[in-house]
Design a protein around this ligand. Structure first.
Ligand code: WTA
Length: 711
């Protein structure tokens, strides 16, 4: 594969020197897919690439849509009349719940659709067959419709942990055309409340508790905070449905609120055995909203469609995850993130496979847990994030060798993976038998944007590979000039064309959709030619001469902590809620396990004395406003923030201090003298704590230099 093949025939002459490439990374060796994998792969015919070349766009995506069962076939594959609000498969009608459940009833009623593994090993694993799934989705849909009064187009907020009731609820919503908004269970009540009000949900569905690291967490308490926060923001919640982790035994310390809160088990009794016809919906009707962080303060609700999204995740699950119905597929992500929506629930179930869900921490109660699950259930496709791989390696680098499981396929997603971590994944976890796909994509893109086709293209550690089928990327510099293809030079990766999985808009804020993702590289706002509307992914990337992309990380003010997107603005606005705080700045610091961690720099109001109390208050307020995932690694209370003469905080400078890298030119600052003062304070403390990072690669240094420039 060459850069030209990857990008279509009209690629420019390459002018690359070895030196330019070496600046960014050392080239890694190719690894070739094992013949045994190729022999059974869904995509094993090299001609598949030909079917998705640019001259076949957009009709090439018919191949994905044809994997679905349509009530009515579409008349227009892609309608571009109102850019960049693309409409896919216009005229078509379908139901996502029907596609993920009903259509498998005849062929595989007794096959597991979901296998749920509770965290406590003494608890029994639950198999939900396609027949069970059908029954439970129908009953749940009846309850949502008749007890909650939800109808097509309404929004409902789910704040559910990793239990089978979560995908069942999603599919029940999909059956009715109710738009679900699942909030990651690790997010706080306040964060959930903000999402309830933004999506105008009247109903919240939650659970009393769930297990994490052996503890039964009180999750239900967050519902009270969520409802209160939503109310402050003007949104009333009239019903809270509560599942019980141990049916019949309510475990939260907060009492149920009479008239508002209901135990699902009690309510559901009235809907036993009820069937609800799947509502036939237009392809472009919304399926769900998924909130994600970006440059500005509030998280954005990314709205995904039924027809386009489901086609795209089904097609990519088939060709990139290589899912066959008889596989046992385990994606260890949380359904509260896009990965879980697309590649635990919608893609795998649409293909009729068996999808494994695990409640808790993969290293609980010991480092062999994940591999025991794989062995016991016969998992043959495994999907996780670099942060988990790093952790599994750290706590038990030879654990996988002790268990008799065999993966044919493994996925990594969510963050750049270091080549040596990749090699451990390949050699030890995969036992040298499994193919790996490094899939680059985003909440906004719905499905994979960059990856090798596992049976056809060799793997290269640290690079996601070429663009996915039917995706035509381009790398631009800041001025909109194309970075020469295959030059290895860094720039902003964009997708030149629409694709069916792309989100439709930012919920309630179409202007933000256009501004954040399209304005930067659009040259003619009047144009209805999709070629004038490249999608700006907000990621930096390079492309090697062989056409493979390497994703460098976010170019906006997002810090990717263990694969979770945290907006610096969200962290900073949470911090200034603490009375003593005058100003706050969040920066990323390199972290051995989590990829990046957050450090907060804080200046206090005059007269306030610094101390551990204030530091803890700040960490706590961040946990309360966002969630434990966002808890900063360190809070540094500093005498003053380094600022430009116009008063802008120089995040680049403090990021340099936190990471022990060059702080760059500070002569133009309003207060250059403070830089050295902070440096000595922070770095001394870090040395004392043993937190001096390893030497950073040039690429990582570039990332830090670029940090904070997005304002
Ligand atoms: C990053 C997760 C490198 C990237 C599916 C992107 C990656 C952000 C990769 C989206 C990868 C995702 N290699 N970086 N394979 N996959 N990213 O919305 O910065 O939670 O923009 O979606 O994760 O995170 P999100």
């Amino acid at each position: 594969m060459t850069a030209d093949d990857a990008q279509g025939p009209e690629a420019e002459e390459l002018e690359v020197s070895e030196a330019q490439i070496a600046v960014h990374w050392k080239e890694e060796e190719f690894y070739y897919p094992p013949p045994r994998f190729i022999g059974q792969a869904n995509a094993s015919d090299p001609a598949i690439r030909e079917r998705f070349t640019e001259d076949k766009f957009p009709e090439c995506f018919k191949e994905y849509a044809d994997l679905l069962t349509w009530d009515e076939y579409w008349h227009t594959t892609l309608d571009t009349s109102n850019p960049p609000f693309w409409r896919w498969f216009v005229g078509g009608r379908l139901n996502a719940s029907f596609n993920c459940v009903d259509r498998h009833l005849r062929t595989r009623p007794n096959q597991g659709a979901l296998i749920w593994v509770p965290e406590l090993e003494s608890d029994e694993t639950v198999v939900v067959t396609y027949r069970d799934l059908y029954r439970r989705v129908n009953e749940t849909a009846a309850m949502l419709r008749d007890f909650c009064g939800l109808k097509t187009g309404d929004r409902v907020t789910l704040h559910m942990p990793m239990v089978p009731e979560l995908p069942i609820l999603m599919l029940a919503c999909a059956r009715l055309g109710v738009i679900h908004s699942q909030v990651f269970a690790g997010f706080s009540g306040a964060a959930c409340g903000g999402r309830i009000s933004d999506s105008q949900s009247r109903v919240l569905i939650t659970m009393d508790g769930y297990y994490r690291n052996g503890d039964l967490l009180d999750h239900r308490v967050k519902a009270d905070e969520a409802v209160a926060r939503a109310k402050e923001e003007g949104q009333e919640v009239d019903k809270v449905l509560v599942y019980q982790r141990h049916p019949g035994r309510y475990t939260s310390k907060n009492p149920m609120v009479a008239g508002r809160d209901f135990f699902v088990d009690e309510v559901m009794a009235s809907y036993e055995g009820q069937l609800v016809d799947p509502v036939s919906l237009p392809a472009e009707a919304p399926l769900f909203i998924m909130y994600s962080s970006g440059t500005t303060g509030r998280p954005k609700g990314c709205q995904h469609s039924i027809g386009g999204y489901l086609s795209y995740v089904t097609g990519t699950s088939k060709y990139y995850q290589d899912i066959h119905p008889e596989d046992t597929y385990w994606c260890a992500a949380d359904i509260g993130w896009i990965t879980g929506h697309s590649y635990i629930v919608y893609g795998p179930l649409s293909l009729g496979t068996t999808s494994v869900m695990y409640e808790g921490v993969p290293t609980y109660p010991d480092p062999g847990r994940a591999w025991r699950i794989a062995e016991r259930l016969g998992v043959n496709i495994f999907h996780t994030a670099p942060t988990t791989i790093r952790m599994l390696r750290k706590v038990g680098s030879d654990e996988p060798t002790k268990y008799d499981y065999h993966f044919k396929h493994m996925t990594t997603v969510g963050e750049p993976i270091e080549p040596d971590v990749w090699r451990w994944y390949y050699d030890v976890v995969g036992k040298g038998e499994a193919v790996i796909v490094d899939t680059w994509w985003q909440t906004e893109t719905g499905g994979f944007m960059g990856s090798t086709l596992p049976g056809l293209e060799p793997m290269k550690p640290g690079s996601c590979g070429p663009a996915a089928l039917g995706i035509y990327p381009v790398i631009y510099d800041e001025d909109g000039e194309e970075v020469p293809r295959g030059s290895g030079r860094a720039g902003n990766i964009c997708i030149r064309n629409p694709w069916p999985g792309g989100f439709q808009t930012v919920w309630g804020d179409p202007d933000r959709f256009v501004k954040t993702y399209y304005e930067k590289y659009n040259k003619d706002p009047e144009s209805t030619d999709w070629r004038d509307w490249p999608y700006f992914a907000n990621d930096g990337a390079t492309q090697a001469p062989d056409g493979y992309f390497r994703i460098l990380g976010r170019v906006d003010d997002v810090i990717n902590v263990a694969g979770h997107r945290l907006g610096t603005k969200e962290l900073e606005s949470a911090s200034v809620l603490v009375e003593e705080v005058a100003e706050a700045a969040a920066v990323p610091v390199m972290d051995e396990l989590r990829g990046r961690a957050v450090e907060m720099y804080i200046s206090l109001k005059p007269g306030v004395v610094a101390g551990p109390d204030v530091e803890e208050k700040i960490a706590k307020v961040i946990e309360n406003e966002i969630g434990k995932v966002a808890r900063p690694k360190n809070v540094w209370i500093v005498p003053d923030m380094p600022k430009t003469r116009s008063g802008k905080i120089m995040r680049r400078v403090i990021a340099g201090i936190s990471n022990f890298t060059d702080v760059g030119d500070i002569t133009t600052l309003a207060n250059p003298e403070v830089v050295e003062e902070i440096r000595v304070q922070v770095q001394k403390a870090k040395e004392a704590r043993g937190e001096v990072p390893r030497t950073l690669s040039e690429r990582e240094e570039e990332e830090l230099e670029a940090f904070g420039q997005a304002e």
